[in-house]
Ligand binder design. Structure first.
Ligand code: NAD
Length: 492
């Protein structure tokens, strides 16, 4: 059965074959506005039938060749148009996300405008990947070409809903695949609106489908589905491991998994600009309420400058304006859900018994609003092996640890199961290089929050250890969505 209404303010249903369709599931899940704790609407819990319908639609669209075999110039035009339409509606996308998971609409980092630019990057880049022709003997012609993988299931988290969806959709579509997108149960509407906009831009029906619902139902069914060729996942390490198991239990589909982190700022006492360090550490900690995978949630600082730097960070943290995520003056909103809020509070309470010293924060804020606000919180004297220093909290909590020399700094920074990112602060070029070579993650030297354009959207990234598998971002990231087909011609 087709539904008439579009996914506007309250309609959430599977988007299959270019239209909203009724979910086969009678169960629902509440979507609550985290700024006030009020229930806004419900989404279907989802079911195997919803997933089958979306995968079949994606498969038909892929096999028809209307997108997978379309001329690059046509794909480019449609994805550019897709990018333009996202930009046109960027404020509406940001508002949907703010209302569902609390990202302040004032926050520009990874917002819908950035998602539009990212889509534009892949529109432009889709014909820039080249295959190889090999040197070979006289009677052979050996080459390799890129071909789309087929049906890609994209399972994404709630922390930057529009951006996280586009980070999967854009390279997957640019590569010629069909996609079934499964947004987080906390933040579904921007995903459905993205699919509608994609059809308006000219994507053939079935090339982009969305199945809302619970992770353990819809996400699991997608990862187990035998007609899905690849799962591209972003989320926790715990669920990433499950997705890998589901792929192994079914059809050995390729899994790309971008998972959790426990990234460190490592600050040396060698003349580095402490004000700049403090601004970066504090800004990152409060951006999206610390719910960023690569947030520098550990401050590993040389003992001689610890108290001075800490003081500067606390001053900077005090500049936040806490409030409703939809208020344009708010710079610090609520945690995304009641569950997320209790999880972060449990870490805070546990930290005290682990011997860490509370330096700032630690309490709920604006409780009278019913929202899930928690003060930015800083703990000093944190033991590197403690739970606070080891586990991903995914909230505005900073753990401070000090060191005496480079070797100790590296040991602390590398001393978790994760390998997502690290931020090194030094004036010594050789030390910066040594650190880059010793740290088991991506490394930024003398920068934390992205300022300026950097490499735009061109740089790719591959997580280490239990932060995930596979390359995302840039043109190399697009190649993750392409299979290398070897061609061997023997001729007379
Ligand atoms: P999550 O792992 O709980 O959920 C992620 C997605 O997986 C959601 O769509 C969810 O519905 C689905 N899911 C849940 N259970 C599932 C199951 N059993 N089978 C299949 N799918 C299932 O993560 P979250 O709470 O939505 O997001 C926060 C996490 O995401 C953090 O760990 C954060 O570090 C990570 N993250 C990583 C990156 C990165 O690039 N490395 C970026 C953003 C967020």
């Amino acid at each position: 059965m087709k539904l008439n209404s579009r996914c506007d303010r309250s309609e959430v249903a599977p988007f299959v074959d270019g239209a909203l369709t009724a979910s086969g599931s009678r169960n629902t899940a509440d979507v609550v506005n985290p700024s006030n704790g009020q229930r806004n609407f419900v989404i279907p819990a989802g079911c195997l039938g919803d997933v089958d319908a979306a995968v079949s639609s994606a498969r038909r669209a892929f096999e028809s060749g209307g997108w997978s075999a379309a001329p690059p110039s046509l794909r480019k035009k449609i994805l550019h148009c897709f990018a333009d339409l996202i930009a046109l509606e960027s404020r509406a996308f940001d508002a949907l996300d703010a209302e569902e998971m609390g990202k302040p609409i004032s926050e520009r980092f990874a917002n819908a405008q950035a998602a539009s630019e990212l889509m534009g990057f892949y529109a432009e880049g889709l014909d820039k990947s080249v295959g190889d022709v090999y040197t070979c003997d006289k009677a052979s012609f050996v080459a390799q070409r890129f071909v789309p993988r087929g049906v890609v299931a994209a399972i994404v988290p709630w922390n930057f809903p529009t951006y996280a969806s586009v980070l999967k959709l854009a390279p997957a579509l640019a590569a010629g695949n069909s996609v079934v997108l499964k947004p987080s149960e906390l933040s579904t509407r921007s995903a459905i609106r993205l699919a509608e906009v994609g059809i308006e831009a000219g994507l053939p029906l079935g090339v982009l489908n969305v199945v809302p619902g619970l992770g353990e139902i819809v996400g699991r069914a997608l990862a187990l589905h035998s007609d899905v060729d690849m799962v591209t996942f972003t989320g926790s390490t715990e669920v990433g491991k499950l997705v890998l198991q589901f792929a192994g239990q079914s059809n050995m589909k390729l899994v790309m998994a971008e998972c959790g982190g426990k990234s460190a700022h490592i600050v040396f006492d060698d003349g580095v600009n402490l004000q700049s360090v403090a601004d970066n550490v504090a800004t990152m900690l409060v951006t999206n309420q610390g719910q960023i995978c690569s947030v520098g949630s550990r401050l590993v600082v040389q003992r001689s400058i610890e108290s001075k730097l800490l003081e500067m960070i606390l001053v900077r943290i005090d500049q936040i304006k806490v409030g409703d995520a939809l208020d344009p003056n708010t710079t610090f909103g609520p945690l995304a859900s009641a569950k997320q809020c209790s999880r972060v509070m449990e870490f805070i309470e546990g930290a005290r018994s682990d011997g860490a010293k509370l330096v700032k924060g630690g309490r709920r804020l604006l409780e009278e609003t019913g929202g899930y606000f928690i003060e930015p919180t800083v703990f000093g004297s944190v033991v590197p092996s403690s739970r606070l220093a080891q586990e991903e909290i995914f909230g505005p909590v900073l753990s401070v640890m000090s060191f005496d020399d480079e070797v100790e700094a590296i040991e602390i920074a590398n001393g978790t199961q994760y390998g997502l990112a690290a931020y090194v602060w030094t004036c010594d070029l050789s030390r910066g290089m040594r650190m880059v070579k010793s740290l088991r993650s991506s490394v930024r030297v003398n920068t934390g929050v992205c300022t300026g354009e950097g490499a735009g959207y061109a740089a790719s990234h591959e997580p280490a250890r239990q932060s995930g598998i596979g390359c995302e971002g840039g043109l190399t990231g697009m190649e993750s969505y392409l299979r290398r087909q070897r061609i061997w011609f023997s001729h007379a």
